[in-house]
Write a protein that binds this ligand. Structure first.
Ligand code: PLP
Length: 470
């Protein structure tokens, strides 16, 4: 990425330097960041315009992308491109120093991902340590209770450590070993990613440091205990809303001081290039297995595949195998209380284009373009942005993104527990709630839900706040 000075941007955009500096301060210049007393600006950033003309430009670009015919048989080869862009989303907007560190990770990944030693090593870990393949389970009682639609669960909750997060953590940790790193640094929201990173660190004999918001530490106490038992140091983050966004900021800051010896284990398909690409590649095992298992069970493809979408790793993981199929794909966003766009984490539904944590995507923002706090009962979905590939798949209309409220997710949580004997994570319960809603209105068909994790971590919170439903 080439950066230009405020002076150069002022000349390029026909503005004076004071105006450009003010726009940077207001967060209205994509990718600009403070360097010393002034700002540096990516040379690809456009001159910020007023809201109405910006909306027009967005509409033009979106319809241009929609008209672009995308060949999903070769999709993975072309998306992202070498700079990490899915259409206009993605990229890497970080300091030069961090860029060098991320380039090292990218080069290492490109080399290692093709080596038979790496592929075989990961395959063995997945089978013997993680317990893959995870089953595809037909919810017969739930389906009968709801009507005529057949609901299936891809049981990522049965993955070792209780969620899909281990799929990419073992891959990332194997790469860290290959690059000679001695420590893993990561952020976590619900703690599922933190536990998975701590597990990977223990497995490979690496040091481990997990950054977590103080609110989430309280809410997800069982996962915090697990991380500590596994030998990780848990850093409590007390900035801002004390949740996932601030945990990412804190972990990035720690990593930028230690990148020579440490490896950043990104928790989802977010962050600067190459993380959205790498995490997707490690997670696509979910969809590959689910597609094969569904065909084996039923002889056909499902009608709908859905998954909750925070940063988007479990949903990209399951969607990827179905992109070229006549299957409706739905990402479920957490709509929080559903009362207003101020109490939500549904970035695609309520956000607009912007840069967050070093990548361009759809981000919840206030009227001045500042990143807004997300709000949802589900710590793992409590993020004001979304992975760039989701922003892209939404823009071309291949995947729909639907909001589900806290209450709908809680209802689904209890229904699955009582009818099937499976206690889902509150994040996964959002996807399940969508499937339940569809099943109540459809007359036939089948829905595969990615059950991204198990609900043990949520029990204390739900018992305290929803005891009336037990
Ligand atoms: C069980 C579970 N599901 C889903 C998510 C959301 O993450 P992603 O959107 O990356 O799959 C989390 C995040 O912590 C989680 O713990």
């Amino acid at each position: 990425m080439i950066y230009i000075s405020v002076k150069e941007a002022a000349r390029k955009w026909g503005l004076n330097e004071r105006r450009v500096r003010a726009l940077c301060e207001q967060g209205r210049v994509d990718g600009a960041y403070k360097k010393g007393k002034s700002y540096v600006i990516p040379n690809i950033s456009n001159k910020p315009s007023d809201k109405r003309s910006r909306r027009n430009i967005e509409n033009q670009i979106y319809s241009a992308i929609k008209e672009e015919k995308i060949d999903f048989t070769t999709y993975k080869k072309n998306y992202p491109n070498k700079e990490g862009y899915f259409g206009r989303f993605g990229g890497s907007y970080v300091s030069k120093e961090l860029q060098n560190a991320f380039n090292e990770i990218y080069d290492g990944y490109l080399t290692i991902c093709k080596s038979s030693r790496f592929i075989e090593g990961l395959r063995r870990i997945r089978r013997d340590f993680q317990g893959r393949p995870t089953p595809l389970y037909h919810c017969e009682r739930l389906s009968t209770y709801l009507g005529k639609v057949q609901i299936y669960l891809k049981r990522e909750d049965l993955n070792h450590t209780g969620s899909h997060k281990l799929n990419h953590c073992m891959g990332e940790a194997l790469l860290a070993k290959y690059l000679g790193k001695t420590k893993l640094i990561a952020e976590t929201g619900a703690g599922s990613h933190g536990v998975a990173v701590a597990t990977a660190a223990a497995y490979f004999g690496l040091e481990c440091e997990i950054h977590m918001g103080a609110v989430d530490i309280k809410k997800q106490a069982p996962n915090v205990a697990k991380m500590k038992i596994l030998g990780a140091k848990v850093i409590e983050v007390n900035e801002g809303t004390k949740t996932l966004k601030e945990a990412v900021d804190s972990a990035f800051a720690a990593y930028s001081k230690e990148y020579k010896t440490a490896f950043y284990c990104m928790g989802s398909t977010v962050g600067p290039h190459p993380f959205p690409l790498m995490v997707r590649d490690f997670q696509e095992i979910i969809g590959k297995e689910a597609r094969e298992q569904f065909i084996e069970k039923t002889g056909e493809l499902p009608d709908i595949v859905c998954a909750c979408t925070g940063g988007g790793s479990n949903s990209i993981g399951i969607f990827e195998a179905f992109l070229d199929d006549p299957v409706k794909l739905v990402g479920i966003e957490a709509a929080g209380t559903g009362k207003s766009s101020d109490e939500t984490a549904a970035s695609i539904n309520y956000g607009k284009e912007g840069i967050i944590h070093g990548f361009n995507s759809i981000v919840l923002q206030d009227e001045n373009g500042n990143v807004k706090d997300a709000s949802t009962i589900a710590s793992g979905l409590d993020y004001p942005g979304v992975g760039p590939e989701h922003a892209f798949l939404n823009s071309i209309g291949r995947v729909n993104y639907v909001p589900i409220t806290d209450d709908e997710a809680v209802e689904a949580f209890f229904l699955l527990s009582k009818l099937e004997g499976i206690i889902p994570a509150i994040e996964s319960s959002h996807a399940l709630a969508y499937a339940i809603k569809c099943a109540r209105t459809m007359h036939s068909g089948s829905i595969v839900v990615c059950l991204s994790g198990r609900g043990d971590k949520d029990l204390d919170y739900l018992i305290e706040h929803y005891s009336n439903l037990i």
